[in-house]
Ligand binder design. Structure first.
Ligand code: EPU
Length: 421
């Protein structure tokens, strides 16, 4: 297993560029299945989850030509409709192939997707299954083994999501774009990645209205084209770097980003005393007076406070004056990692699985740790960078899943961080 060795407390400054968004890339790659034509993707993040996604697509029979952050996908060769179990087991994003395969071929067989263990019950996919049934599909489930979905004739659906889900919204939106009839989806997620995906599909002949609002109206087309897609900037990386700058009290310029996508975070940073300025695609965080002021957060679907930014924010609150209540509303197991932050010296009280109280400011000290998942992993890196002494973070595959060449980019800011086997 690879690990990071971080010698904390070094002054940080300079520029850091944001990569393409993991959670946009992981949807556009399966979207290649919706058309017979070739799709070219640019600004792809070079991360493990994207590699896994290409492996799934290649296993299905697509041809993929990669050149760093660009890829061309030729889907003509796809005949297979069964997802490889070993590959699908590695990441939650594998579930994104199911909707397009079903819509295009009328059948799909797949195992329960893997990925970060942050939700109760192994991160259920009940919403997806309910959605496919609404399209007229029949589902056979062999528990613990696979789902086998078939449909003689898929039809448009009028579907209300019982709760908001990003990937379920995207999955049904993609499928509906080539299922005959007018599908109406209500209580949809509104994340920018969904708008980007809908925008691309519309330029290729799909008829999707309402992306970025709770109601999607989709007129299914017989066929859609494929073309060029530029992955949008990663808003979670953007927010994580802004939080790093605030926590390390560093002068940092974050480039190639879209500040509009993290307005909730920026609003809070302003309230707690972080000095920064914003342009159309950059954020400059300036050194300022410390300590910052503690501020409560409650995670929420977009445009609320992103659950994926909760963990870096908890680290920031260890450096702020006062008490912050952190309420995680999206996932059941996403605060458990804070035990490691307590081992580093943070003063954290767990109220229940969804709420912690952070009392700051407290100095943090280097420790030997293990990254339990992607977002907890980046939070531990931020904590290690501001801690006194040496921190070892094991299992950094979890970090590599979503952050491209992180150690190189952080070294560019003056961080003392090495990768070791
Ligand atoms: N849920 C169900 N049943 C379902 C689907 C979801 O119970 O069929 C639950 C989840 O367990 C969770 C809640 O619904 O408690 C909301 O989850 P959602 O479905 O919105 O999450 P997701 O679509 O699986 C995407 C991102 C996550 C991000 C969430 C919330 C991708 C590939 N993943 O997940 O990203 O946290 O939306 O914004 O887009 C990450 O990047 O680290 C990550 C986990």
């Amino acid at each position: 297993m690879s690990k990071f060795i971080i010698n904390g407390g070094k002054p940080l400054s300079g520029k850091i560029a944001v990569s393409g968004a993991k959670n946009s890339a992981l949807k556009i790659i399966p979207a290649a299945l919706l058309s017979k034509q070739a799709l070219t993707i640019s600004n792809l993040p070079e991360i493990e989850d994207v590699e896994r996604s290409f492996e799934v697509l290649e296993d299905l029979g697509a041809k993929i030509f990669r050149n760093g952050q660009e890829a061309r996908i030729e889907p003509e060769g796809i005949k297979k409709t069964e997802l490889n179990t070993k590959l699908a087991d590695k990441f939650r994003g594998s579930v994104m192939f199911v909707g397009p395969l079903l819509a295009r071929f009328g059948e799909v067989k797949f195992p329960h997707p893997g990925g970060c263990v942050i939700g109760a019950g192994g991160r259920p996919i009940d919403l997806f299954l309910e959605g496919y049934r609404a399209f007229g599909a029949e589902i056979e489930e062999v528990p613990g083994k696979f789902y086998d979905i078939k449909a003689e004739q898929l039809h448009a659906a009028d579907y209300f999501f019982p709760f908001v889900s990003v990937t379920a919204t995207e999955s049904m939106m993609m499928a509906a774009s080539i299922i005959p009839g007018t599908t109406v989806l209500k209580n949809c997620a509104m994340e920018p990645e969904i708008e980007a995906l809908a925008g691309y599909l519309n330029t290729q002949g799909a008829k999707i209205k309402g992306a970025g609002t709770p109601t999607l109206i989709i007129e299914g087309q017989k066929e859609i084209n494929a073309g060029n897609f530029k992955v949008i900037p990663d808003r979670i990386e953007t927010g994580s770097f802004a939080i790093l700058a605030a926590a390390a009290n560093a002068d940092l310029e974050i480039t190639d980003c879209n500040p509009e996508h993290i307005l909730t975070l920026l609003n809070i940073l302003k309230k707690i005393g972080v000095d920064f300025s914003v342009g159309s695609d950059w954020i400059k965080v300036q050194k300022g007076r410390r300590p910052l002021r503690a501020h409560d957060i409650k995670t929420h679907e977009y445009p609320g406070f992103a659950t994926d930014l909760q963990s870096p924010y908890v680290v920031l609150m260890t450096q702020a004056q006062g008490t912050a209540l952190i309420h995680e509303t999206i996932y059941d197991r996403r605060l458990l990692w804070t035990d490691m932050l307590s081992q580093m010296g943070a003063n954290i009280t767990m109220c229940d699985p969804h709420r912690i109280v952070v009392q700051g400011p407290t100095p943090l000290y280097g420790k030997r740790l293990m990254s339990p998942d992607l977002r907890a992993g980046i939070a531990l890196v931020i904590a290690a960078l501001i801690a006194q002494g040496l921190t070892e973070i094991d299992n950094i595959y979890q970090i590599d899943r979503g952050y491209e060449k992180l150690e190189e980019r952080l070294r560019g800011l003056g961080a003392d961080i090495e990768r070791a086997e």
